[in-house]
Design a protein around this ligand. Structure first.
Ligand code: SF4
Length: 233
C-alpha cells in the first residue's frame, strides 16, 4: 500500500514541517510589519517605506488580524498606509503637468439641497455656494485640473479610460481612498489621497485646504493662488 510506505511517510513529514516553517515565517513577517508600522507612526517618519508598502498590500489580511490580536485599531494602519502611499507618490505626482491631472470629489460632500444634476461626466456643480465644492472646483479648474464629482464607484475607471490622466487626487473616506490608491497603482497612475474628516453618505466634511495644498504640489509658484499652501514641490 502506498499510504503505508516509508516514502509516503517521509513526504508527509517534510510537507508538515514545511507548512509549519511557512506559517511561522508569515506570522513573523506580519508581526515585523506591524512593529515597523507602529514604530513609524510613533516617530512620525517612514522606515523601510517600499518594504512597508508592499508588505501592507500583500499581507493586508494577516496585518489586520494581528492588529485585532494586539488591540491596535486597524483604521490607524489604513491611515498610515495612505500617508505612506502619498509620501512615496509625491515626487511622481509633482512631475506631472497639471493638464494631465484630475481631481475626484465624492458626491457626499455636497449640500443636501444641491441642485446639481447627474451627467455622463459626473455630477455637474451649479456653483450655488451651498458647499465648498463650487469654490474649490473653480480654483482647481483655474489651475488646469479636470474636476469630477463622483456619482458611483465605477465612474472613476470610466473617466480614467476616457481622459487618461497621469496623476489623480482622490478624495473620500478612509477605505475609499485606500482602495482608490490601490486601483491607481494598478493603472500606473501617480495618485494622492485626501481623506474626509467625517464619514457618511450626505454632507460629509473635508479640509478643503488639504485638497488645495495637494493640488499645488509641483506647480510653479506664479500659477498658484495665495490660499494654496504648498508643502512639497
Ligand atoms: S456648490 Fe455645487 S456641489 Fe455644492 S451644493 Fe451647490 S451645486 Fe451642489
Amino acid at each position: 500500500m502506498l499510504f503505508d510506505s516509508p516514502l509516503w511517510n517521509s513526504v508527509m513529514i517534510i510537507t508538515g514541517e514545511l507548512t509549519i516553517v511557512i506559517v511561522v515565517a508569515l506570522l513573523l513577517c506580519g508581526f515585523l510589519l506591524v512593529a515597523i508600522t507602529l514604530y513609524s507612526i510613533h516617530n512620525g517618519r517612514f522606515y523601510f517605506p517600499r518594504l512597508l508598502k508592499s508588505g501592507l498590500v500583500l499581507m493586508e489580511g494577516l496585518v489586520k488580524a494581528i492588529c485585532k490580536l494586539i488591540g491596535v485599531d486597524d483604521k490607524e494602519m489604513v491611515t498610515f498606509f495612505i500617508r505612506l502611499h502619498n509620501a512615496m507618490n509625491v515626487k511622481g505626482f509633482a512631475s506631472i503637468p497639471v493638464d494631465d491631472r484630475a481631481v475626484f470629489l465624492p458626491q457626499c460632500l455636497r449640500n443636501a439641497r444641491c441642485p446639481a444634476h447627474l451627467t455622463p461626466e459626473g455630477i455637474k456643480c451649479q456653483h450655488c455656494n451651498q458647499c465648498g465644492i463650487g469654490k474649490t472646483s473653480e480654483e482647481l479648474e483655474g489651475l488646469g485640473y479636470r474636476v469630477f464629482i463622483v456619482p458611483g464607484s465605477t465612474f472613476i475607471k470610466r473617466i480614467v479610460k476616457k481622459y487618461h490622466p497621469k496623476a489623480i487626487i482622490g478624495v473620500g473616506c478612509l477605505m475609499e481612498v485606500k482602495e482608490g490608491l490601490e486601483m491607481c497603482d494598478q493603472f500606473g497612475l501617480a495618485a494622492m489621497g485626501v481623506v474626509t474628516l467625517k464619514d457618511g453618505c450626505v454632507e460629509t466634511v473635508v479640509n478643503w485646504g488639504d485638497i488645495l495644498e495637494t493640488a499645488g504640489i509641483g506647480l510653479d509658484n506664479s500659477m498658484v493662488p495665495d490660499d494654496f499652501h504648498i508643502s512639497a514641490r
